[in-house]
Design a protein around this ligand. Structure first.
Ligand code: SF4
Length: 380
């Protein structure tokens, strides 16, 4: 397919062409949105593809063999991703998270990790470089990612029981391979490894305590379980409130098996509420986007695989940064980093997203009438 033909996938989510101010000064180093929330965390989706078909994210019925994923030509190159990340770091971002789809499916990902690991803030510090994976390829890749400069890994694991896990990933993938990935990540020096479990009432909630027990006994404080409430992301996962197990119930089940106590919140904008096991066996966390929204501290932006910037996980519309990366000004000159930084400032300062808070207030999904973006497209 020729470069100038815009593949169908690109039109899937509307994107606003970014405005660039006439005069673009140097980056400010700190951007606040319309609710006073700083931009601190950039999640970068490096592929919209995944080798799993988890029903709460990429149900097989929708993402079947005929589904048209983004053509390679429309994906941002590693150099383009690094350039965008450099601009965001200059505007105050301190944490970069690589996501997908499944990021380890992107070929030679270590090269991108090495480029991002070389970035520095104005103060000379390295931004925190992390990655979220389904763990299926981690056993093979952990050492190379660590060597390239990756600092932390989060592994998605929705059950310990092999049959339940295979049903949830819906591609019959064995749990043993993901557990081997966690072992490999720890052996490569990624401790602690966070283990994210999306809890769906009636599907895998009976796996919470067995998984907590397994991680405690095998890894202690080197692996941290985080239970995530099932969310109404996108428009394809058939979300229902009665399939949400509120975090307070999750904690009650864990506490009944292993006494816990709360840990003071760490950095502002942290999504997880953290609890430690009283017996020193490590910690556990919950992420409660449905029952305890945390939009008031949300400092995250998400970059889709082909360069659209989304300001909320539940957004319907993005901002087309790729147009600035690949486009030219009226005078034919390419856009400079300072100009892209200035465009980002305009975008972020107008941000007022707080979907989960509105959902809670309205006791139902606030709708703007537009289709919400799919999680596999912008990363969780
Ligand atoms: S719903 Fe949107 S604004 Fe609220 S915490 Fe999630 S991503 Fe942030």
């Amino acid at each position: 397919m020729g470069e100038n033909i815009i593949p169908l996938a690109d039109l899937r989510y509307a994107a606003t062409p970014p405005q660039v101010p006439e005069r673009a000064g140097p980056p400010r180093g700190l951007l606040l949105d319309s609710l006073g929330r700083p931009l601190r965390d950039l999640r970068i989706s490096v592929t919209d593809r995944c080798n799993f078909r988890c029903s709460y994210c990429m149900p097989k019925e929708v993402f079947d063999k005929d589904y048209r994923f983004l053509p390679h030509a429309s994906l941002l190159s590693f150099e383009e991703i690094t350039r965008v990340a450099r601009v965001f770091v200059a505007q105050g971002v301190r944490k970069l998270r690589l996501t997908g789809g499944e990021p380890l499916l992107r070929k030679d990902l270590e090269q991108l990790v090495a480029q991002l690991a070389a970035l520095r803030t104005a103060e000379g510090a390295a931004p925190e470089l992390t990655l979220t994976t389904n763990g299926s390829l981690l056993a093979r890749k952990a050492r190379a990612l660590r060597g390239a400069g990756l600092r932390r890994v989060t592994v998605s694991l929705d059950a310990l029981d092999d049959a339940v896990f295979r049903r949830m990933n819906d591609v019959d993938f064995p749990v043993a391979d993901v557990l081997a990935g966690i072992d490999a990540a720890l052996a490569a020096g990624f401790a602690p490894v966070k283990v994210n479990m999306v809890v769906k009432r009636g599907t895998n909630d009976h796996e919470i305590v067995p998984l907590a027990r397994h991680l405690r006994e095998r890894y202690g404080a080197r692996a941290v379980l985080r239970c995530i409430e099932f969310m109404d992301v996108g428009a394809t996962n058939g979300w229902r409130m009665d399939e949400v197990l509120p975090s307070r119930e999750v904690l009650a089940r864990i506490a009944a098996a292993f006494p816990i106590e709360p840990i003071e919140a760490g950095v502002p904008g942290e999504t997880a509420q953290r609890w430690r096991y009283r017996d020193g066996g490590g910690e556990v966390g919950v992420i409660s986007s449905v029952t305890q929204a945390f939009c008031h501290e949300c400092n995250r932006a998400r970059l889709s695989t082909e360069g659209k910037l989304f300001l909320c996980l539940f957004a319907s519309r993005g901002h087309d940064l790729r147009a600035l990366l690949r486009g030219r000004r009226d005078d034919g000159r390419p856009w400079s980093d300072d100009e892209i930084a200035a465009a980002l400032e305009l975008i972020w300062s107008a941000r007022d997203d707080r979907y989960s808070a509105l959902r809670a207030a309205q006791a139902g999904a606030p709708s703007r009438g537009e289709r919400r973006v799919e999680m596999h497209y912008i990363g969780g």
